[in-house]
Design a protein around this ligand. Structure first.
Ligand code: ADP
Length: 544
């Protein structure tokens, strides 16, 4: 029989007589039945052991006894009982985190923590394992060395399909209108939910569609969006952008396109490691977020946006929980893209001690995951302020590549004008002439040196407002005027731009392709800071 990683790890810990294991999970029922199954399986756990559970409401309860032992309701009494129990056993303590000081307001119960340390030698001697099962991960610092944290993954497709089969077993066969392929799609759409959430979502779909057909998939997605939103830190992003919506950045695009499908089975024949991810830094408004969104369409993978600011937004202690939840959800939806927007916001304070080490621990969780991850979750991290990024994040082995997105070159500005004019020309009666004026984008690009992509887009929009107000079609002059009226950020923030470029020179690869730089290198501009020939970042050519 095939076992999950969790089952194997848990069995190893129990066989080794490991004293304290912590399983952070909301899915109490699923964890309990998994632990019971593992302990009862002689292939996994070699010798027979009893499994006992404890909750403050009942006290200790053994699966084969009639009722709980109410004299052990108090946590101290439960630990006394465990300490005196003389055979190998597994004790599952529910919600014990409340005694470990889960937030600033609650002080840890030192007597209980002391007791846990007192009974430790006895646990080891008699091969007893205590499992803390709680929705929150709270570890008393005194116990860190004797405690192993075991992540309980969200259910995989096999488990969800099993549950769906149980759920539909009681329905009229005629009400299940799904082909084999649609059923698989439906199951996949529920990845990322707990088993209970998936069941609720399926039930809602059954009620709404009076049975099950492929329209249930959109109901499950809706439900999943809600659940993912409730995590408060993740959001599903729907994108219909394609590579053609990005003007320039050809080097970056090529690099990303080459990594398409590397999570599929056929990549295993090449012994390719799954790509870890990419860090895209650079000048604001030049297409970093745009690239993340377009990649999701190009690769056909779900895009989950992680809001770094919100990871630290809640109560102290829950930041680590937030990060773990985000990682678990991205892994459950894998293959997927995890877009960590403004990554510097999360990891900037890691060196300071202002938050009693919370940022450092969250940072550690993320780094370890990046280093070890085997699930095909591709990370796209974007950052505007690289000076706040800790050096550990930039070390080899974390990201596969670091890209620098600089102000667009002349050729790139042409392409960006094409993108934005095309968007509006196609949908607007007022600027058809643009189609028959092939040189207009070149002229506009000449006039807009130092502009970011976002500023180019805004200039196009502003000129359309002018034309609308004058109640006539858009003219070349409208476009030129709105460009001239704009003072780009690169002028007002010249110093920041220079230092960004200096940083990128040694550490990052330029997102612009060589052919798009050539024009600027020949055409010496008076304004040296904007001269894209001086763009930051190493010039490396990625070919397709
Ligand atoms: P950032 O680099 O700060 O993440 P964005 O990608 O959010 O910037 O860019 C903001 C907007 O500017 C985009 O939604 C897009 O409309 C426009 N834009 C920026 N760069 C480009 C580009 N290279 N090609 C086309 N549009 C662009």
């Amino acid at each position: 029989m095939a076992y999950t990683k969790f089952e194997e790890k848990l069995a190893n810990l129990i066989n080794a007589g490991f004293p304290y294991v912590y399983i952070p999970s909301y899915e109490e029922e699923r964890v309990l039945s998994t632990v019971n199954r593992v302990v009862g399986d002689r292939e996994l756990v070699r010798s027979v052991r009893k499994v006992m559970t404890w909750a403050q409401t009942d006290g200790i309860q053994c699966a084969d006894s009639k009722g709980p032992d109410r004299s052990t309701q108090a946590p101290m009494a439960a630990l006394e009982y465990i300490g005196k129990y003389n055979d190998p056993a597994v004790f599952i303590l529910k919600d014990f985190h409340v005694y470990f000081g889960p937030d600033r307001q609650t002080r840890p119960d030192y007597a209980l923590i002391r007791k846990l340390r007192d009974i430790l030698p006895n646990l080891k001697m008699n091969r007893k394992t205590v499992i803390f099962l709680s929705p929150q991960l709270v570890i008393p610092s005194d116990m860190e060395k004797d405690l192993s944290v075991l992540e309980f993954c969200l259910p995989d497709a096999v488990e969800i399909e099993r549950m769906l089969d149980d759920l539909t077993a009681g329905l009229q066969p005629s009400s299940i209108r799904l082909t084999g392929h649609e059923k698989k799609q439906l199951v996949r759409s529920a990845l990322g939910l707990t088993l209970q959430e998936a069941e609720n979502a399926f039930c809602r779909a059954i009620v709404q569609t009076r049975g099950l057909d492929k329209s249930a998939i959109s109901i499950i997605y809706e439900e999943k969006n809600q659940v993912v939103r409730k995590t408060g830190v993740l959001e599903f992003i729907k994108s219909d952008l394609s590579a053609d919506d990005i003007g320039g950045l050809e080097n970056l695009k090529k690099w990303l396109i080459k990594r398409n499908n590397t999570w599929q089975d056929r990549a295993k024949q090449y012994n390719l490691p799954a790509p870890k991810g990419v860090l895209i830094t650079g000048v604001p408004g030049c297409g970093k977020s745009l690239t993340a969104k377009a990649m999701s369409t190009i690769w056909g993978l779900p895009l989950l946006k992680l809001d770094m600011g919100k990871i630290f937004g809640g109560i102290v202690g829950s930041s680590e929980e937030n990060m773990r939840k985000a990682i678990a959800t991205a892994e459950a939806v894998a293959p997927s893209i995890l877009w960590v927007d403004e990554i510097e916001k999360g990891f900037a304070g890691t060196q300071s001690s202002g938050d009693s080490g919370t940022s450092a621990r969250v940072f550690g969780t993320f780094l370890t995951w990046m280093q070890d991850k085997t699930a095909p979750v591709f990370v796209i991290a974007t950052s505007n302020d690289i000076s706040r990024l800790p050096p550990e994040l930039l070390r080899k082995g974390r990201f596969d590549e670091i890209f620098f997105v600089d102000l667009p070159t002349q050729k790139e500005r042409e392409k960006i004008f094409q993108v934005h004019l095309k968007k509006r020309v196609d949908s607007s009666e007022v600027c058809h002439w643009v189609n028959s004026s092939p040189d207009i984008c070149q002229e506009l690009a000449n006039t807009s040196e130092g502009f970011s992509g976002a500023e180019i887009e805004q200039a196009v929009i502003a000129s359309l407002y002018d034309a609308f107000y004058a109640d006539r079609g858009l003219t070349r002059e409208d476009l030129i005027r709105s460009i001239r009226d704009t003072v780009p950020l690169s002028v007002t923030q010249r110093e920041q731009l220079t230092s960004l470029r200096a940083w990128a020179e040694k550490r990052a690869v330029l997102a612009t392709a060589r052919e798009d730089r050539e024009h600027d290198l020949q055409d010496f501009s008076e304004n040296a800071d904007y001269r894209p020939g001086k763009q930051g970042g190493r010039l490396v050519d990625f070919d397709l």
